[in-house]
Design a protein around this ligand. Sequence first.
Ligand code: SAH
Ligand code: SF4
Ligand code: F3S
Length: 436
Amino acid sequence: MKTLYVKTYGCQMNAYDSAKMADLLAPLGYATIDAPEGADMVILNTCHIREKAVEKVYSELGRLRGLKAKKARDGGRMVLAVAGCVGQAEGAEIVAREPAVDLVVGPQSYHRLPEMIARTARAGGHALETDFPALEKFDSLPAPASSTVSAFLTVQEGCNKFCTFCVVPYTRGSEQSRPAEAILREARQLADKGARELVLLGQNVNAYDADGWSLAKLCDALSNVQGIERIRYTTSHPRDMADDLIAAHGSNKKLMPYLHLPVQSGSDAVLEAMNRQHSADDYRRQIDRVRKVRPDIALTSDFIVGFPGESDSDFEATLQLVRDIGYATAFSFKYSKRPGTPASTMRKQVGEEVKTARLDALQKLLLSQQHAFDDSQIGKIQPVLFEKTARETGQIMGRTPYQQPVHVIAQPSLIGSVADVRIERRTANSLHGTLA
Ligand code: SAH
Ligand code: SF4
Ligand code: F3S
């Protein structure tokens, strides 16, 4: 028996890929452990989206170099692999900078890991695979060995949008949709292993388009899979919010009232410079259409502050958009210069202090909206899908249809099922209630 430690950075698609890598290596005798010390193989599944994310990877590699040397002194061998988006973007630099790295694979080529491990064991040196055979990858992945109650399922990969700040089109390749058939098969396998909720993943998941299947049609088919109670999807792009998908939020009872639709900025000038290809009012109209069919829908977004050229009034337009929409929760980031992207060489970069002040102001507003949204649930009864035991003894954790975590004192036997909960109070990041 050999041991494998996988550390995941970045988005949910990386989390999905990490689980797949573990499934792929299990037949080679690797059992997953939850710390790198003494492991026979370590995979860092990395994220390139912001500079800080990349720095974390290099400092972790430094630490692993030490662990690898110790393992060698003890007469063993630790195979060190870098997967994910930093691997894709900086593969050659990684092996030059960190000779302890044996293998580098990109997000579309990790299905070749077993063969690469064998190759380096035979011939020594390092191996590097950063092609983009996305669909070949999916065809070569094994069936899921286990599942959580809420399971990720990647249905779409890559991005053709080329927002001027973003590395994803370069690290994940162009937009590709998996055939519906393969997705339905994986959904049935996940349901057999205990999945009750599917979270459909894609960098542009609502751009899903495979042989005439739209995301709405896919959600309808998935809602007939035995055992599946809930369906969610993330992340969407405003330009791909098709009529049938909006309609599905009214007609498909298993499609949860939750939509993550990133807008990035409320200023038309900034949206244009970002190459988002829609205006702030286009976005407002999209939201109006969604709210018409599902007035209670929980809305979330991503925001970037301090994009090159963003003025005080541009930033004020973002705050105004947030006030107009009213979010359930949202993610916000300081603009981070990414090598090779058009925005990184734009003149008028915004200073760090201004970015910090804007991020603080935006996060304050978003947090007050999150609290208001959570507080609006207090006193109501909501169907909660229970996912796991919580750290606090005797409690189990589940989620409302709006994705809010709820803690309840109840039997762990409820995990995997939906029960009505009376919401009683809110703490910093969670709701608390009792079985109704
Ligand atoms: N496809 C999704 C986003 C994927 S990246 C979309 O188009 O909305 C996730 C988020 O990271 C983005 O929504 C953006 O808010 C943030 N992000 C991407 N590049 C960034 C950068 N260079 N600096 C700061 N935040 C960035
Ligand atoms: Fe990046 Fe834009 Fe593509 Fe989203 S749509 S992944 S932000 S390039
Ligand atoms: Fe990061 Fe790659 Fe996801 S850059 S956010 S891990 S697509």
